[in-house]
Each structure stands twice: as C-alpha cells, then as structure tokens.
Ligand binder design. Structure first.
Ligand code: NDP
Length: 382
C-alpha cells in the first residue's frame, strides 16, 4: 500500500467512533510502511517507559480461600514480568466483578497461591507485543485478564483493547467485562429480536443494568427483577418496562405471575439469570415454549445438577455461557468491543459507577457486593 492508497479520513465519517476507526486503520497502515523505523521507535519508547519502574508495587493477594479477611493489601509485591507475548500495563482503574468473590471463597479454584484477584482494568500500556502491532507504549488501554488488583499487571494480548478517545479509563474499566457479557448474551447466547419479551434477574446489578440498556436499545421488552424498589427504579431508568421485587412475600412466584400476565400466558423467549440457585426454577417456569434459559452466574449459589428431561416440557434450550468463550479470539473481542463503544456513544448509555474504592478498602467493596448493597459497577483505585 502506498501513501496515496492509505484509508482516508473523510468528512462523511461524522461519527467519532467511525472517525476513530478510520484513524486507527490509517495509523496502522502508516506504521506498516514505517516498520523498520517503528521497531526502533517502539523499543526506544519501551525502554524509556519501563526504565523508571519501581521494584515493588501495591496489590491485593490471597494466600487461601475464605471470607473478606483473606484479602491482603500489600505494598511490597514484586512487579510482574511479561512473558509469551504478554504486555505490561500500569493500572489506573480496576474493575470489581462478582466472579472475584468466587475465586476468593473457592467456588472457582485459584490456579495457585499466593493469587492476585481481579479480571479487568484500564490504564497505560508500557510495553509492546508482536501480537499487538497497532498498540504502542503510552496508549490508554482496557483489558480483561487476571491479577488486576495491583498497580501493574502482565496481560496476555488477546483481550488488551485500545480505548477510543471518547472513553475514559474509568468508563472503560466499568464497561468492558460486564458490558461485553451483556452484549454477547443478547447477541450470541440468545439473539434477541425487536419486540421480544425477556426476563432479566438482578437487573440493577453490574451486568443487569447493561442488559436492561442494551435490550431497550435493540427494541426488546424487559421484565426486570431486583430486591428493592430503589433498585427496580434504576432498572426502569435503564429501560426495563415491567418490574418485580423477587424479595417480597410472594418470592419467585411473583416473577412467574407477572411474566405470564404481561405475555398473555406465553412466557418470555429468554431469561438472563446471573442469580443462579435462588431463581433457576422460577426462570424455567417463566419461559415460553422453545425459550432460552441463559444461566450465566451464581450470585445466590451454584445451580444444583439439573435433570435434562425437565427441558422437554417446553423444548427449552439451556445454556451456561461464559464471556471468554464468546471472545476467545482477538477478532471476536475487537468486534464486540467496537459494538459496545458504539452503543455507549450512539445510545448515550449510562455507565453507572456505584463507588470507586481505594485499593486498600477492597474488603469493604467485596462485603458491599456480596451484601447486595451495590448497583452498577464497583471500581478500585490503586
Ligand atoms: P451484581 O452487581 O449483579 O451483583 C450481584 C447481584 O445479585 C446483587 O446485587 C443482588 O441483586 C443479586 N443477588 C441475588 N441473590 C443474591 C445473593 N444471595 N447474594 C448476593 N447477591 C444476590 O454482580 P455482577 O454484575 O458482577 O455479576 C452478576 C452475575 O453475572 C454474577 O452471577 C456473575 O458471576 C455473573 N457474570 C457472569 C459472567 C460470565 O461470563 N458468565 C461474566 C460476568 C458476570 P438484588 O439485591 O437485586 O437481588
């Protein structure tokens, strides 16, 4: 490609996201042409960026599983060394996800101890990787990986994404994991169509508010559940049409009754259930014939083993998806991330941040999310 054939930025590309994409393409084409020079530049920049790094860093480790008392805030952790194409990121904002509590309690096994929790953060890229030719040291990035509860993290390249100029690190860290979870659930787990009736549990939580907003954006009708009227009002503001308090005297029966009422007895075409054990049975009951039971989490405990014959009553599809199997390749991750940024910008989505906790107060943050005291996203500041 010659300079003349580089993709051009045209005045027709009015959307900032389109302009950003066009600029990225142009930059990456330019970088390919200047590769030999670029390599020297990258190495120099990396050397400058990493030469001033400290020997130790702040972070949170667990040495065993248990309650929030096992979370140890430390200021003397060794800096991680990137290997196998990994890059080093200086974290500015770290996202908390319910899954962090599963690793802390042992519901999901940590690979080894000591273990640094945390699966997403945003910050500054410090090193290069051959797998990320379009990223340079100094770029603002958001990533999904492991060991994010720290000042620095070595991250495999697949899920390191450049932040568009319009998305701040705080918004990026608040959006990426829960937003992509919601997006892949409604696109891939059960492709939701305009006019569909769906049920979303824990609708004022992190993933829940994303689901409500994205479902409204694609024209679906959402029945939302939560444990208080304040939480239900947030779900309504995010686009849910019908609200049910599943912590009231009627419990889960209220959910089934309301769903049947608003769907003329048919039921919903999909249930997005991150609550797990407490809601599973009612979710199956609320489904329409040939509906999708999308069970994607265990906030109330893991769903006990299910007899598959139960599904035949309505020819139900049962799915137990994880985000990372929908974005296993870099192409998939970039595709969905671009769609998420576009949704945030074009649909003016509200990236609701519950609280940004200092890293040393991580135990309070875990107590708050497990105690059902939070709505939207919890962040940590290292
Ligand atoms: P949330 O912010 O949604 O917090 C969990 C919410 O679950 C609470 O606020 C609470 O809302 C509800 N809840 C219901 N019963 C309980 C209970 N017994 N104890 C605690 N909370 C309960 O967390 P996230 O958005 O981070 O995650 C939501 C779910 O999605 C989790 O199960 C998580 O594991 C899952 N997830 C799965 C992913 C995947 O790839 N499969 C990826 C990301 C998240 P209320 O008070 O209204 O009931």
């Amino acid at each position: 490609m010659s300079f003349r054939t580089l993709p051009r930025l045209t005045t027709a590309s009015t959307s900032p996201i389109r302009l950003y994409r066009a600029a990225c393409m142009r930059l990456s084409a330019l970088r390919n042409q200047l590769q030999p020079l670029g390599r020297i530049w990258s190495i120099r920049t990396m050397a400058t960026t990493t030469s001033n790094l400290p020997q130790t860093m702040k972070g949170v480790i667990i040495e065993k599983t248990g309650g929030t008392e096992v979370l140890q805030y430390r200021t003397d952790l060794p800096l991680p060394t990137p290997k196998d194409g990994e890059v080093l990121v200086k974290n500015e904002v770290i996202g908390i996800n319910y899954i962090d509590t599963y690793f802390r309690t042992g519901l999901y096994p940590a690979p080894s101890f000591p273990y640094i929790l945390g699966r997403e953060a945003a910050g500054t890229l410090l090193t290069t990787s051959p797998a990320l030719p379009s990223l340079s040291p100094g770029d603002k990035v958001v990533y999904m990986g492991t060991s994010a509860y720290a000042e620095y993290t070595a991250v495999p390249p697949t899920h390191v994404l450049k932040l568009p100029p319009s998305i701040s690190p705080a918004t990026g860290a608040a959006a990426i994991l829960q937003g992509l979870t919601a997006l892949t659930l409604i696109r891939d787990a059960h492709p939701v169509q305009r006019g569909d009736w769906v049920l979303v549990h824990a609708a004022a939580g992190g993933v829940g508010l994303w689901l409500c907003q994205l479902l409204a954006a694609v024209g679906a009708h959402t029945v939302a559940t939560a444990s208080s009227s304040e939480k239900l009002e947030l779900a309504r503001a995010a686009g849910a049409e019908v609200l049910v308090n599943y912590a009231g005297p009627e419990g889960q029966d209220a959910v089934v009754r309301k769903v049947k009422e608003v769907t003329g007895g048919k039921g919903v075409v999909a249930v997005f259930d991150g609550v797990g054990k407490a809601t599973f049975d009612a979710s199956l009951e609320a489904l329409a014939r040939k509906g999708s039971m999308v069970s994607f989490g265990n906030a109330s405990g893991a769903v006990p083993p299910v007899t598959i014959a139960r599904l035949s009553a309505k020819n139900i599809k049962l799915l137990r998806p994880t985000l990372f199997n929908y974005i296993a390749t870099r192409d998939e991750a970039e595709h969905y991330a671009q769609e998420l940024w576009a949704f945030i910008e074009q649909n003016k989505l509200d990236v609701r941040i519950h609280e940004t906790y200092p890293l040393q107060e991580v135990a309070r943050a875990h107590q708050d999310i497990e105690g059902r005291k939070t709505t939207g996203k919890l962040l940590l500041k290292p």
